[in-house]
Design a protein around this ligand. Structure first.
Ligand SMILES: *[C@@H]1O[C@H](CO)[C@@H](O)[C@H](O)[C@H]1NC(C)=O
Ligand SMILES: *[C@@H]1O[C@H](CO)[C@@H](O)[C@H](O)[C@H]1NC(C)=O
Length: 318
């Protein structure tokens, strides 16, 4: 009796091991999706409701959309009313930022198909499905950086990196950020912005859980992720969700409900975590080890990796 049940347990364990080898995605294949010549800094890579994309925000102020291998990326939207293609296309000069714009993070409202944008110079903007010049919804920030639209309530969760420093200060060599960053909420019905958390560092991007009960908030310098409760008995409060695992940039919902991908440094890696902060998978982003990464976005069994320093979007597949 005892040996036979042991045997069964053994068989089950072997089966599970084998199944995990066969079915788990370990993202061992890497390919670069090149940006147009001299364009750099794809810090965000999102897909629309039809699965088209990625849409990427780049350093020269544009939001580009990937069409197909023959066409590559095409212009989709831009954030600055004074932007000209002649002056701005291909630039990464932050001094031109107030003219060219610097979109940093993107998130679709999947109900309206509007694309919400945070821009380091122009704050929160939105653009319709046909693209073009985005409309500013909220301005006056030092450096609005991360964004996640919760498509059910249509509330917009954002992070600003600092109350003191802007993107130009932060690009200086040796700069270390402060802890005056915040988690904000934009309510599209009242157009009001509320401060949910302060004392954060590094900007990065928040992510609302798939059950809409909480939002995960990166705190780069303090090597922490916080959980801010949106519903339930702890509604309106926050707690430390994860600590001492590296420094988090953007956090994105994973394909599996209740799971997230954290873009973490150093070294650059993608961590898949669940709602009890268990790291389910660690993917070393070997091609980015010496480069700061911004985001790990899972779509169609692939991880799209964006960085403010590259001239490509990295794609990890099986
Ligand atoms: C755009 O240019 C006009 C004319 O130079 C200027 O008055 C305006 O402030 C600029 N707008 C922005 C958003 O920089
Ligand atoms: C997270 O994963 C761990 C290990 O598999 C599991 O014990 C835990 O229940 C999971 N948490 C959630 C919220 O699914």
């Amino acid at each position: 009796m005892k040996t036979s049940s042991l045997l069964v347990v053994n068989l089950i364990v072997w089966f599970l091991l084998l199944a995990s080898l066969v079915f788990s995605n370990d993202y061992t294949t890497f390919k670069k999706v090149a940006l147009p010549p001299s364009v750099t800094g794809p810090q965000s890579a999102v897909f629309d409701r039809a699965g088209e994309g990625p849409y990427v925000a780049v350093a020269d102020g544009r939001i580009l959309k990937w069409k197909d291998p023959a066409t590559g990326f095409v212009d989709f939207a831009y954030t600055s009313p004074n932007r000209t293609k002649k002056l701005c296309d291909g630039t990464n000069d932050l001094k031109l930022g107030p003219t060219c714009g610097r979109p940093v993070a993107l998130s679709f409202n999947y109900k309206s198909d509007d694309l919400y944008i945070t821009d380091a110079f122009f704050g929160l903007l939105v653009v319709g499905f046909n693209g073009g010049l985005a409309t500013q919804l909220s301005g006056g920030y030092k450096y609005l950086s991360g964004i996640d639209v919760e498509s059910y309530t249509q509330n917009v969760y954002m992070t600003d990196a600092s109350l003191v420093y802007d993107i130009r200060n932060m690009a200086q060599p040796g700069f270390t950020t402060d802890s005056t960053g915040r988690l904000l909420k934009y309510d599209p019905r009242t157009t009001r912005v509320t401060v949910l958390m302060s004392g954060l560092s590094g900007g990065g991007g928040p992510s609302v859980s798939s059950d809409r009960k909480y939002v995960l908030v990166p705190d780069y310098m303090n090597k922490k992720i916080h959980r801010y409760w949106l519903q339930g008995p702890k509604h309106g409060t926050n707690e430390v969700f994860m600590a001492n695992f590296g420094s988090p940039k953007n956090i994105k919902r994973a394909a599996n409900d209740g799971e997230f991908w954290v873009a973490a440094e150093k070294p650059s890696q993608g961590l898949r975590v669940n709602g009890t902060a268990v790291v389910l998978q660690t993917v070393p982003l070997t091609q980015f080890l010496d480069t700061t990464i911004a985001v790990v976005q899972e779509t169609n069994d692939a991880l799209y990796v964006g960085s403010s320093h590259t001239d490509f979007v990295g794609v990890y597949m099986n």
